[in-house]
Structures are given as structure tokens and as C-alpha cells.
Design a protein around this ligand. Sequence first.
Ligand code: ADP
Length: 448
Amino acid sequence: MFDKILIANRGEIALRVHRACREMGIRTVAVHSEADANAMHVRLADESVCIGPPPAGKSYLNIPAIITAAEVTGAQAVHPGYGFLSENARFAEIVEAHGLAFIGPTADHIRMMGDKITAKKAVMDAGIPVVPGSEGGVATYEDAKPIAEEIGYPVLIKAASGGGGRGMKVAETADKLKEAMQTASAEASAAFGDGTVYLEKYLGQPRHIEIQVLADTHGNVVHLGERDCSLQRRHQKLLEEAPSPALSDAERAEIGEVVRKAISAIGYRGVGTIEFLWENGEFYFIEMNTRLQVEHPVTEMITGIDLVREQIRVAAGLPLEITQDDIQLEGWAIECRINAENPKTFAPSPGKVTEFHAPGGLGVRLDSALYAGYSIPPYYDSLIGKLIVHGRTREETLLRLRRALEEMVVSGVETTIPIFLDLLEEADFVNGDYHIRWLEEWLAQRNG
Ligand code: ADP
């Protein structure tokens, strides 16, 4: 096992990784920008290294500075967290070329899943159901037209290198196809330097259901059930729950087994998430994330498995201690992503936190790097904490969520807490009756 790990991230996820390391007796090295010198992850780590000025491009994405920090501190492994360099295949390669372990999959798997076309082909060949669409990239309108007719309108034009919903356009009818392709391709070229697009059937009101997997380097793979992440605004998840209110035990077992076999066939290592759209009882693969997800705690709460600990053990070459039969899903868990943002306009609200009180009690977990007196810097994303509650049933979990939200105090900045309190008043949400477009419709009404 490693005795020192460098955590190449910031905020709550840097702290989350630090916590797992601490419990495993592993020392931690925090890296930070000049703006984060007083951050909690820096204060709690055993050592810290400043890696550059505030903009992420000069610090948290600064590969030479991060590698140097690992070398001077004698760290043996690098945990990338999520975001930043976590899905950067080149970074994984450079880490390994310096004799350090990358706590994540191989660079080849990151690359394979980072391109949506190669990802779709790889998982399809491994038996995972995908959204009907073009086989690979579509270069011209003339090529696209017959494919769109075959899959049926509306169709979605997606960028091979896409992310965060960019480079994605819907064409409702044939006469919109040409323009939608051009816009999607231009957007993708500008954002990702790759204008390759492909076609998919556009699903109207699906749910977003994702399966968590965990694989070691000895051929063992387990799945840890699903998370329902349908509550999204502009493709950003706001609230996630596990299990999904929509799936039966039989459906879960079936898709879980399909995914487990596929991940095994692909030879993947570490944690990963297979994202699906789910409509009328059918699963359609959309992408695989080759890293720890923001919403991983809901899975931890219902399985009792520390996913970061497992990631570290797998990266050290140890075999999984659990088999599929050991995994029991217990109760219900819901996570709210609390952002420092105006709860109506979603405008970022950085600044000094004057008062802070964390909710607690049975079944309540707060993953946050906040403290009273902390100044939220304006340079990074606005997530300031994840409130995760666990109960025996969904009903109990919803009651617990309300009381935990009511207990939480964050003064000095605006937060998205009021949105969740309002959401708990909404019958569709309480009944688990929602899809990926529901939240935006609800927010539009709410904010009139
Ligand atoms: P990104 O990497 O940009 O997030 P995804 O492929 O994960 O791209 O898709 C992002 C979101 O776009 C999904 O969560 C879903 O809301 C929507 N989406 C993707 N594919 C489809 C589809 N075929 N039909 C309808 N909506 C889709």
C-alpha cells in the first residue's frame, strides 16, 4: 500500500479523498492555487504545495507543477478527484511515466470512453444497449439524411468529443437537420477542437439512470446498483438518489449484470459509471465516466462501501474484498448539491461565509470544505457542499432531508438550499415521478 498520496484537486472532493487516506493510514499532499492557501483541504493535509496562480489553467490543470509537487514530497500515487485532470488520458500517462500510480483507469480506457463514438462502439460490442443512431461520425448532410429518416425524427446531433451538453442540437424535422448539424459541429470545434458529430434518436422524457461499477486488476468486477440523476438544469445534476424510484429489483439486477459483464470484457480497472437514459423500461447508454462521480456518496450510503478506499486499494494492485453477492442495498439515500448561487438566477455568489452550521444527526452526511470565515473564491465552480441523507425508506429519507436542510446555516453568500426546500413540497418529486426535463420546467414555473 502507498504511504503518501498527492490529491490533485480542491474543495469538498479533495477533503473526501483526504478522509479515505487518513482512515487507511496514508499521508496526504494537498496542492493548491494561490487563491486556496487557506482552504480546508490544505489545512487538513499532512503537506501542501502551491502550484500556481488562481486560474485553474495555471494551477489545478498545471501538469508539470503537479508532477513536481509529487516528486518533491515523495508521493507514490496521484488521486485526480473529479473534474480538472480526472479524465485527461495524457495526465494519466505522464503520472505513470514518472513512476507514480494514477488512481484511476488506464490512459487507454480514459481515451476510449472520452470519445463518445469509440465509447459507444466499445460498450455496444460488449453487450450494453445504446441509443439507436449512426454508426460512428457523420460527415455531411447527405450522409446524415437517410440515417435520420431510418431512426426517425426528432434526432439529436451530438459531438464525439462533447461534454457538459455542448455541441448538442435537436433537429425536429428533416428541414432542420442541415442547420442543426452545422451548429453542433461548429460549437464542438470551438469548444473541443474536434467538430466530429454523430446522430442519435432523441428521447422525449427519459430518466437519467447510471450504474456504478468497481473493478480490480485481477478480473473481479462488481456493480453497486444505480443512481437516479434525472433532476438536472442545463445538463448539470442538482439532486441524485439511490436507488431510482423507477426501477424494480428485477430490472436493477438485469442491467447490473449486463454492465458487470461488459466492464469485465473491456478489462476496465477502478471505479466507473455507465450512464443511461431510461424510457419505457428500456436502457440506452449515453456515456461512461472513468472517474469518481460527484454523486458517489448516495451509493456509499446504501452499500456501506467506501468507494475512494476501494479506488486506492485497486490502484495499489490489491484484489477486491467483496463479491457481487456481498453487495446489499440498504434503504434510500438522496444528495443535494448545494451551490453558492442565487436560488432564482443561478448567478454565482462567491464571498465570505460569515456563519456556518452543518446539519447532523442520524443518517445525515455533509461533504463540504466550508468553514465560518472562509472566502469562497470566484475562480472555480460554485459547489460548496453536498448534503447526503440516508433513511430506511424513501419517505423517511425525504423527511430527514427536510429537517437537515432546515438545520443548515450558511450566511454571507447566497445558496441553492431554498430550491431543495421548495422541491420537497412538490408532489411529482415526492412521488418520484420525474424525468430529465422535469426540473427545468418546474424552475421556469417557480421563477415565473
Ligand atoms: P455530455 O457529455 O455533454 O454531458 P451526454 O451524452 O452525457 O453529454 O448527454 C447529456 C445530456 O443530454 C443527458 O443527460 C440528457 O439530458 C441529454 N441527452 C443525451 N442524449 C440524449 C438523447 N439521445 N435523447 C435525449 N436527450 C439526450
